[in-house]
Design a protein around this ligand. Sequence first.
Ligand SMILES: [Zn+2]
Length: 252
Amino acid sequence: MANLHDMVAHIDDYLAVPQYPDFCPNGLQVEGKSDINKIVTGVTACQALLDKAVELNADAVIVHHGYFWKNESPNVVGFKRKRLHTLLNHEISLLGYHLPLDVHLECGNNSQLAVKLDLSIKERFDVDGVPALLFWGQCQRKLSGSEMVAKIKERLQRAPLYVPGKHEYIDTVVWCTGAGQRYIEDAVRLGAQAFITGEASEQTVHIARETGIHFYACGHHATERYGVEALGNYLAGQFGVEHQFIDIDNPA
Ligand SMILES: [Zn+2]
């Protein structure tokens, strides 16, 4: 059994939470009971994940996409009331980690995506004032554009949106999970043959076509499943608590 506040303090330190400017609070977003025996992790604190946490008797839910985002309405009405009611009624804590969990070198989304796709991390770059958010690295062996599609499909169980590039083989790759599509120009500037992210915007496709970089949008959800799961496994080891990752499927 672990103490909630010890766990939160440990994660703050482990993920270097205070270093990051962000669009949401990172850490304990909703406080529940102080004794933790079981944690559930998931990508987003949606109702389906909370219902599953109740069913599994979890004491805390840890997510990448939590609540209280800048620019969203702060009113606790409708689906937001229902979510908060579920947490408070069952005394389940909600912990959310956004940018710190994208960047972390062991259990971050970018690092875990590298493991999934056999990419070795060579360097990381600051973007938009966020330290080391953009990853640059190398494929285990050179792949053609369509071999990379096949690898993504197999490893992430999802076919990417793919814009073929001009290079016969991909050796170096720049990547950023989630909504990282705006960094495609950084990837071109860094000389990578491919850019991998979660989402695509209309203009991303044109930029890919006109610069000749291979572009893969693999899904915001699909690219961000692995960081929070790795964090849960880490915490289970550190605190001797039970951990279960729950994937609530999301095609976006
Ligand atoms: Zn995200």
